[in-house]
Design a binder for this molecule. Structure first.
Ligand code: SF4
Ligand code: SF4
Length: 314
């Protein structure tokens, strides 16, 4: 670290870098808490033995128009996560060059030893502990009261930085969701999930009491929007090797291999119906670029020691 910079000043510079590159919110997660909560093999120290800090950042998701497209298109419309990864990459280089501390962009990818649904690290846990979102009744998707639904990326570094705290208040359930739940026993996300994989309870204070999420049902529903399983299904059913090769290298299908090789497009889908009807995901004051511009977000960052991560509009 530069001699003239304290850990708090270094943190400020790093979070400002993330916000300046387009993150809506950024913060530092409590490393001890992640190490305690994450399962063995998926703790930051499993990936980077000398890690001292985990930085999380979030970027905006869909435009308002994207919420009007059919589910098969929605699966791809909101994929702004590559922007989050680019900022995280740059942030890791920024820390190394400015503070001389080894840093990595945390890979968002799956753990190839643990099957197709287990990530190397939970970026969601990092973001939650850094104060960038709270778990919703829609399968624990993180929601932010100001920015709604975001995509997250993480950076690990050997530089020690003071951590932020998780959000003190959970914006989910929204007051309108509580009203619907009182009348019908379901919130909008529960009601409009096509496979009814969400359920739960809300207490007398209007707060989450229980949340149930059938991940297998959600995955089965969502994966119908993935081109890859269908392509492989057709290839497996081919009558002979020549037909199989023709299917796999068909002009249209080869586009999927190309997209995979450049990391373009969603490879794990969501059908998004739960978020399409969520008043926070679509209606938060800074939920899309037009609203954010109108609100003139880009004011001074929060003072050091305040709860939760810093955000563009805080
Ligand atoms: S993504 Fe679709 S299937 Fe999964 S919980 Fe949301 S609405 Fe249900
Ligand atoms: S619709 Fe959104 S705010 Fe309402 S309960 Fe579901 S996730 Fe929470």
């Amino acid at each position: 670290m530069r001699k003239e910079e304290t850990p708090a000043e270094a943190k400020r510079a790093i979070l400002d870098y993330c916000l300046g590159k387009g993150a809506l919110a950024a913060g530092v997660a409590d490393l001890e808490a992640i190490e305690r909560i994450a399962p063995a093999g998926h703790r930051p120290s499993d990936l980077m033995p000398r890690v001292r800090s985990v930085i999380s950042l979030g970027v905006g998701g869909q435009t308002q128009g994207a919420w009007t497209v059919p589910a098969k298109a929605m699966a791809y419309f909101g994929s702004t996560e590559t922007r989050a990864y680019a900022i995280a990459y740059g942030c890791a280089f920024f820390i190394e060059s400015r503070f001389g501390a080894r840093s990595i962009y945390c890979p968002p990818d799956l753990d190839n030893e643990s099957g197709p649904r287990v990530p190397l690290q939970s970026l969601k846990l990092h973001a939650e502990l850094a104060g960038l979102g709270a778990r919703s009744l829609a399968g624990d998707i993180l929601l932010h009261p100001e920015f709604g639904y975001m995509y997250f990326a993480s950076v690990f570094t050997e530089l020690e930085l003071p951590p932020d705290a998780p959000m003190a208040e959970n914006p989910c359930p929204h007051v309108s969701c509580v009203a619907l739940f009182r009348r019908t026993g379901q919130t909008p996300c529960m009601k409009f999930c096509p496979v009814q994989c969400l359920s739960g309870d809300i207490d007398e204070h209007g707060r989450q009491a229980e949340m149930h999420y059938d991940m297998a049902a959600c995955a089965e529903m969502s994966e119908q929007y993935e081109a890859l399983p269908r392509m492989l299904d057709q290839a497996i059913a081919a009558g002979d090797a020549a037909e199989r090769e023709a299917i796999l290298t068909d002009l249209d299908n080869s586009m999927a291999w190309y997209k995979m090789s450049v990391g373009s497009g969603g490879l794990l889908a969501q059908c998004f119906e739960c978020m399409r009807v969520c008043p926070i995901a679509i209606g938060a004051p800074g939920a899309d670029p037009i609203r954010r511009a109108a609100l003139n977000h880009r004011t001074a960052p929060e003072p050091e020691g305040s709860s939760g991560g810093s955000s563009e509009g805080s």
